[in-house]
Design a protein around this ligand. Structure first.
Ligand code: AMP
Ligand code: GLY
Length: 437
C-alpha cells in the first residue's frame, strides 16, 4: 500500500521511519516532510493547511492510506475532506478533534461522564476570571487558553498577581489570538505525568505502552512549558492494575462519550494523565500521536504499524492483535534552538548527524530541519530528537546523550536530565488496588 503522512516534524519522521520498514508498504510520501523524512519517504512540497492540494495528491498518486500527524489540520477538518474523497484516513474528523481543539469542550465531556480530572471553571471575560482568582485560597492555579496553542497555552501560576497577568495577556492582549477567547482555570494536580495512546476506530481500543514526556524547558522540571523536551518509555510506575484503571475509568468512558455525541473517532486518543495519590486524573486529550512520545513508541514497538493504521481507518480494528514491545527501554532527548519555547533563530548548519547514529541503537529523528545530506539546517524550535534503546534505562540514557554530544550547531541546547526524573508519587500495587474500591 502507498501511504501519505501529513506533517513535517519529529512525529512525522518517526511515523515515516516505522512505515518505511513495513513489508506491506510500497511507498511512503510525506507532505511537506523535513530533511530527516527524505531518507525514509518521498517529500512533497505541500503544506498541512493546503487541503485541496493534499486531496489532489492522494488522487494523482493513488494513495491508499493517509495518516495526519499534527492537530491543526485535524481540527480544521482535513480528515473529513480526505474521507469525502473516498480515501482511507487515520485521524478523527473535525468533530472528534475538538477533544484537543477546545479545552472547554473536553472538560464538559469529562464532567458529564464523570471521568476523573482536575476541578475547573471557565471564563469568557477577563474581569470575571480575575475576580475568581482573587478569591482562590489554594495555589498554584493553572490558567489555560481554550484553543490550540502548540503546548504554550498552559500557565501554572503560584500567586494571584501572576495568574491575573496571564489572564490579561490571553484575553486582553490576545497573545495567543483566538485561542484565548475563553480560559479555563484549574486546580493544580501533583503527581507523575504520563502519556497514554489508545488507537481506536470508534469501537475497539488498542492501548499502546506508556511514555513519560518532560514538558518543561529546564532541568529539574523548571521554566516554561514546551511541546516536550524528552521522553522515556516504558513507565515503571504504571503497573498493570493502573493501566487497567486508566482503560476502565478514562479511555472506555471517553469512547462511550464520543459515541453518545455521534462522533466516530478513527485515529488515536492521546491522553495526558497525572497519576496523583488519589489515582489517575485527566490533564488533557489530544487527537493525534504525541511528539516526542511517538519517537519512543516506534523505537519499542515490534511488528508492523501499517496494518493497524489501515484497519483503524476501515473501522476493522477488532481484527488486529495488540503489538508486542521491546523489553529494552527507550530514552529520547530533544535538541532545541536557543531561546525555545520563546524566540529563536533558524538556518544554522547541523554537524555530526551521521556520527550520532553510529552510536549503538541510536536513531536521530528530525523535528525542525531543512536541506539534505551534507547540508542540513535548523528550521524550528525543537530541531532533533535523539533516541536510544538500552538494556536498562541508564544504558539507553548514556547512549542517547553520547549521540547528542556528537551533534553541533550554533545555539543548540537540550535538557541534561532526561531519564533521570525521580517519581513524585510512588504508586505501589497495594495503593493502586485501593483506588479500585
Ligand atoms: P495541557 O496542554 O492541558 O496538557 O497542559 C500542558 C501541561 O501543563 C501538562 O502536560 C502538564 O504538565 C501541565 N498541566 C496542565 N494542567 C495541569 C494541572 N491541572 N495540574 C498540574 N499541571 C498541569
Ligand atoms: N509531547 C506532548 C504533545 O505532543 O502534546
Amino acid at each position: 500500500m502507498k501511504v501519505l503522512v501529513v506533517g513535517g516534524g519529529g512525529r512525522e519522521h518517526a511515523l515515516c521511519w516505522k512505515l518505511n520498514a513495513s513489508p506491506k508498504v510500497s511507498e511512503v510520501l510525506c507532505a511537506p516532510g523535513n530533511a530527516g523524512t527524505l531518507k525514509v519517504a518521498r517529500n512533497v512540497a505541500i503544506g498541512v493547511d493546503e487541503h485541496e492540494q493534499l486531496v489532489q495528491l492522494c488522487r494523482s498518486e493513488r494513495v491508499d492510506l493517509v495518516l495526519i500527524g499534527p492537530e491543526d489540520p485535524l481540527v480544521a477538518g482535513l480528515a473529513d475532506e480526505i474521507r469525502a474523497a473516498g480515501i482511507l484516513c487515520f485521524g478523527p474528523g473535525a468533530d472528534g478533534a475538538r477533544l484537543e481543539g477546545s479545552k472547554v469542550f473536553t472538560k464538559e465531556l469529562l464532567e458529564r461522564h464523570r471521568i476523573p480530572t482536575a476541578g475547573w471553571r471557565r471564563f469568557d471575560r477577563a474581569g470575571a476570571a480575575k475576580a475568581y482568582l482573587e478569591q482562590c485560597t489554594q495555589w498554584p492555579q493553572v490558567v489555560k487558553a481554550d484553543g490550540l496553542a502548540a503546548g504554550k497555552g498552559v500557565f501554572i501560576c503560584d500567586a494571584v498577581e501572576e495568574a491575573s497577568r496571564v489572564v490579561d495577556s490571553l484575553m486582553e492582549e490576545r497573545s495567543l489570538g483566538e485561542a484565548g477567547n475563553e480560559v479555563v482555570i484549574e486546580e493544580c494536580l501533583i503527581g507523575d505525568e504520563v502519556s497514554i495512546h489508545a488507537i481506536t476506530d470508534g469501537s475497539t481500543l488498542l492501548v499502546l505502552d506508556a511514555v513519560m514526556d518532560h514538558k518543561q524547558v529546564g532541568d529539574g522540571d523548571t521554566g516554561p512549558n514546551t511541546g516536550g523536551m524528552g521522553v522515556t518509555s516504558p513507565v515503571p510506575a504504571l503497573n498493570g492494575r493502573l493501566m487497567r484503571q486508566i482503560e476502565q475509568r478514562v479511555l472506555l468512558p471517553t469512547l462511550h462519550a464520543l459515541r453518545t455525541d455521534g462522533i466516530s473517532f478513527r485515529g488515536v486518543l492521546f491522553v495526558g494523565l497525572m497519576i496523583t495519590e488519589a489515582g489517575p486524573r485527566v490533564l488533557e486529550f489530544n487527537c493525534r500521536f504525541g511528539d516526542p512520545e511517538i519517537q519512543a513508541i516506534v523505537r519499542r514497538m515490534k511488528g508492523d504499524l501499517a496494518p493497524i493504521l489501515q484497519a483503524t481507518a476501515r473501522g476493522e480494528l477488532k481484527d488486529q492483535t495488540a503489538p508486542e514491545w521491546s523489553q529494552e527501554p527507550c530514552v529520547g532527548v530533544v535538541v532545541a534552538s536557543e531561546g525555545y519555547p520563546g524566540r529563536y533563530t533558524t538556518g544554522h548548519r547541523i554537524s555530526g548527524l551521521e556520527a550520532a547514529e553510529q552510536v549503538d541503537e541510536v536513531v536521530v529523528f528530525h523535528a525542525g530541519t531543512r536541506g539534505a545530506a551534507d547540508d542540513v539546517r535548523t528550521d524550528g524550535g525543537r530541531v532533533l530528537c535523539v533516541t536510544a534503546l538500552g538494556q536498562d534505562s541508564e544504558a539507553a540514557r548514556m547512549r542517547a546523550y553520547e549521540g547528542v554530544s556528537r551533534i553541533g550547531w550554533e545555539g543548540m541546547f537540550c535538557r541534561s536530565d532526561i531519564g533521570l526524573r525521580r517519581r513524585k508519587a510512588v504508586v505501589t500495587e497495594e495503593q493502586s488496588a485501593s483506588y479500585d474500591g
